[in-house]
Design a protein around this ligand. Sequence first.
Ligand SMILES: [Cu+2]
Length: 106
Amino acid sequence: MKRILTILVCALFTLSMATAQEGKKKSNVVKTTFLIENMECENCMKKIEKNISFEKGVTNLKCELKTKTVEVTYRSDKTTDEKLMAAFKKINKPAKILKKEKEYLL
Ligand SMILES: [Cu+2]
């Protein structure tokens, strides 16, 4: 009887741990650096800032003209690199992933 109880408690514990992990995973934050080869002037930068900043899930955006990179911080439960790349493409600024930083929890 005691053994069954122990197994039951273990199973419950494992289940709650898994659920907690799942919950955390849903609010992960990702920072991806995109290379925008045709970002050549202030206007391009403003266009990107005006459009990509308001994409769903985007919490921060940093453009750098010199390196032609855009650093986007976003919630992985709200958007993905693929969706962001589609958004870049829509404003005629095709993006390539340069770097993806380790996800961290909110
Ligand atoms: Cu331009």
